[in-house]
Design a protein around this ligand. Structure first.
Ligand SMILES: *[C@@H]1O[C@H](CO)[C@@H](O)[C@H](O)[C@H]1NC(C)=O
Ligand SMILES: *[C@@H]1O[C@H](CO)[C@@H](O)[C@H](O)[C@H]1NC(C)=O
Length: 472
């Protein structure tokens, strides 16, 4: 195999003076293109619960800046998935997500009385803008059915969907009506040029909250999927995948799987959050469905924009590691943060709207995502990767365009020279680039040089993440 060396004069311009490299610390990352794992769907976040309204209320300059930071693949995170909330509330007060049928039409078989404001709490605006950046994956997710379809008569405070196992209501069985409702929501988006690709009908069904929430077991979710799948197919949405169940944690989603396995491929994607337990190992699925980590955040922690300080819950390096664990240890095909852009003093978002609303404050969490999201594009296949700095983490992906992207997280306190070798798959690098993220760099490009022995070398600073992209 003809091979060349890529010698990255890594960090030459910016960082070399700050790090002393010792040959003892030199390490090799071996990428094996013949070992393949999951196909990636992408990375993303959400602007639900009226967060999109906050974005939309910004000046046009800040709107553009916010959109670029989220979706631009050269100047921002390059997110490829947007998770939208399908409303269930009777009104838009507070941060409620309003329903497309706020009032009961009279019963499950009455003619529906849908209403559509064309705005959907500004989620239509964010979605249509995302389309312009090339986003193709839209996950529309209901936190609950409207209250009149549920055992507790309220879209908040738990309750279950009338008609699933163990849930009978005097008003009747609302499964078909709820399925039709979700189909109608997809149609409203289609009419404005946004193709919903994934639909979910539960959010944290293992938790009762004072906001929109609906309980469900795996079996009850399966009961509904058996109605929703044919409703989607009948409406011409054969390509729209059903996602379930956004349980609060990895283990609770695993616990729902035995009830869900009976629906087979009608379940398109398995979704789970990371709040009560983290993705440390793959969720076992009967039909090898892709698994997405669809929500995680440092919800309450005081705002920090640091990459690395005290290893606090909002720091960028920690999030680079969380994404690694989900993608490499738990084979996740997608990883989504909770909110993208929002005001307020916690880490629940990646980008903070300043209190005076005159600027945006970008956390290094966003750049941790960018390190993955810009270079691991939808359709990329995760491939074998081993070696790297001691105590570090390495991963590699083959993108649809043939490029190979390699992530090296050096969590340790010392810098080291890392050389990346691609084995198998007949891959020959013709050019390579590397990007560095640490306390002082935000996806800054490193100068690179092509050598002769098929490997790329760079100096990886302490507590940093470096992404290599090799072009065939
Ligand atoms: C992304 O950002 C670059 C650099 O600022 C800009 O030239 C480009 O137009 C942006 N892309 C989109 C789709 O707006
Ligand atoms: C990766 O993360 C670092 C740390 O914040 C950041 O400096 C760098 O710009 C990121 N790389 C990309 C490509 O976004």
């Amino acid at each position: 195999m003809a091979s060349r060396t890529l010698l990255l004069a890594a960090l030459a311009a910016t960082a070399t003076s700050r790090f002393t490299l010792s040959p003892r610390q030199a390490s090799t990352v071996t990428v094996d293109l013949t070992k393949t794992y999951q196909t990636m769907d992408g990375f993303g976040m959400s602007e639900t619960f009226q967060r999109a309204n906050q974005m939309h209320a910004l000046s046009t300059t800040l709107q553009r800046q916010a959109l670029d930071l989220l979706f631009n693949t050269t100047s921002g995170a390059g997110f490829s998935i947007l998770r939208n909330g399908i409303g269930s509330s009777p009104d838009s007060s507070s941060d409620h997500m309003v329903s497309i049928q706020p009032k009961s039409p009279g019963g499950p078989s009455a003619t529906p009385k849908y209403v559509w404001d064309g705005n959907d709490n500004s989620q239509v605006w964010v979605s249509t803008e995302a389309v312009k950046y090339g986003v193709k994956t839209f996950y529309a997710n209901a936190w609950s059915a409207p209250g009149y379809m549920k055992t507790n008569g309220n879209d908040a405070n738990g309750g279950t969907l009338c008609g699933v196992s163990g849930s009978t209501c005097s008003s009747g069985d609302w499964k078909q009506a709820f399925a039709d409702y979700l189909v109608q929501y997809i149609t409203y988006y289609k009419e404005v040029g946004v193709e919903v690709t994934h639909v979910g009908f539960l959010n944290e069904p293992d938790l009762t909250t004072s906001y929109a929430s609906m309980r469900s077991s795996g079996q009850q979710a399966a009961d509904f999927i058996k109605v929703l799948r044919p409703a989607l197919d009948k409406a011409g949405y054969q390509e729209v995948k059903i996602a379930c169940c956004d349980a609060e944690g990895w283990s609770s989603q695993q616990g729902m799987m035995s009830g869900l396995n009976g629906v087979g491929e009608a379940l398109g994607v398995v979704t789970a959050h990371s709040y009560t337990s983290s993705p440390g190992s793959p969720i076992s699925t009967a039909n090898k469905q892709p698994v997405w980590q669809t929500e995680n955040a440092d919800l309450q922690g005081a705002w920090t924009s640091t990459w690395y300080g005290s290893n606090g819950a909002g720091e960028g390096l920690l999030w680079a590691n969380k994404i690694y664990d989900a993608v490499v240890r738990a084979n996740c095909a997608a990883y989504l943060y909770w909110v993208g852009v929002q005001g307020g003093a916690t880490n629940s978002k990646l980008i903070r709207i300043a209190d005076d609303k005159k600027s945006l404050i970008v956390s290094k969490r966003l750049w941790a995502f960018a390190n993955w999201s810009r270079f691991v594009r939808p359709g990329a296949v995760r491939v074998g990767a081993s070696g790297g700095p001691s105590g570090g983490k390495v991963s590699a992906f083959k993108n649809l365009d043939g490029s190979v992207s390699v992530q090296v997280i050096n969590g340790g306190g010392s810098a080291g020279a890392v050389s990346v070798k691609v084995a198998g798959g007949g891959f020959t690098a013709k050019s390579a680039k590397a990007w560095i993220t640490d306390n002082s760099h935000e996806c800054d490009e490193l100068t690179s040089e092509l050598g002769t022995d098929g490997s790329v070398s760079a100096s990886v600073p302490a507590r940093s993440m470096v992404t290599f992209v090799l072009q065939p």
